[in-house]
Design a protein around this ligand. Sequence first.
Ligand code: NAP
Ligand code: GLV
Length: 306
Amino acid sequence: MRIIFYGNHNKSAPWIAALQAALPGAEIEAWHPGAAPADHAVLWGPPQQLFDEQPRLRGVFNMGAGVDAFLHLKLPPQAVLVRLEDAGMATQMAEYVCQAVIRHFRDIDFYEREMEQGRWSFRKPLARSDFPVGVMGLGVLGSRVAQAVAHFDFPVAGWSRSRHEIEGVRCHWGADQLDEFLAATRILVCLLPLTPQTENILSRATLSKLRPGGYLVNVARGAHVVDEDLVALLDEGHLAGATLDVFRTEPLPQGHPFWNHPKIVMTPHASARTLREETVAQIARKIVAFERGEAIGGIVDTGRGY
Ligand code: NAP
Ligand code: GLV
């Protein structure tokens, strides 16, 4: 069995070594133009040329949960596209979103600013019940995040495409229930995949339906947000703030209005990192199962886009 690796960075060697250790019988090499035909590809951010030159691929294993970058590529018709399922990202995402929600609710920014100025001052404690959290996307990551936030006794709702039942989470589904979900939400967390249906979903039309003093946590993809609408709603005061981990263009271009916006907290797409050990173990397990003709999880429905 031949496997090609493409990492879109110059740190392929430790990944290939880890894959080789997990799949000792396989012949594994970094992809390069003209590479011999392989059975499987393990990759992140591949160029179209890779697929054009690899017509024999049967499995395309993405080293991430989101597959939006693949939706514009043409894969060999027989190849299945397989995404990462959790692989250590759900816990990271739960940590990140909980810290963002709690940082906002507990007004930590205020306290940090005051202490920096040498002031010992307090704000009145707020009621958790006034900060209902809504999670868009109740998949592998969203459902874990919703449960983690509920653990801190915030009222939590969720919205997905199909019906879900999650203990402690008020579940909504489908376009018909979106407005009701938004109207009941103050802190909105986006964990949707980026698809033609969800691109630009966080616009003035939707964000202005949040409760006054709304807050956005976007940890999914930058293109979910209409940037100008977000900035306008923050400046008008309808939204109290935003924590953004992902951006339409990454790295975020210099001069973008998000930089230095007083109501925006940002991180550089770092909320849930791809972890080598967990990722290699999951992909190796799936390749072995796939080769045996067994069913594997995480096969992307490319028509649906996730
Ligand atoms: P997932 O398991 O596929 O879950 C996707 C969820 O979104 C599902 O609940 C799905 O509904 C819902 N959904 C999809 N289209 C929808 C629509 N049109 N309307 C309403 N709900 C819709 O994906 P995941 O593993 O949780 O990952 C979610 C996303 O997180 C990824 O696609 C990626 O973009 C992002 N991500 C970001 C980072 C980071 O570091 N910032 C890391 C990992 C992932 P159903 O349940 O009904 O199908
Ligand atoms: C990261 O953003 C991922 O989709 O895994």
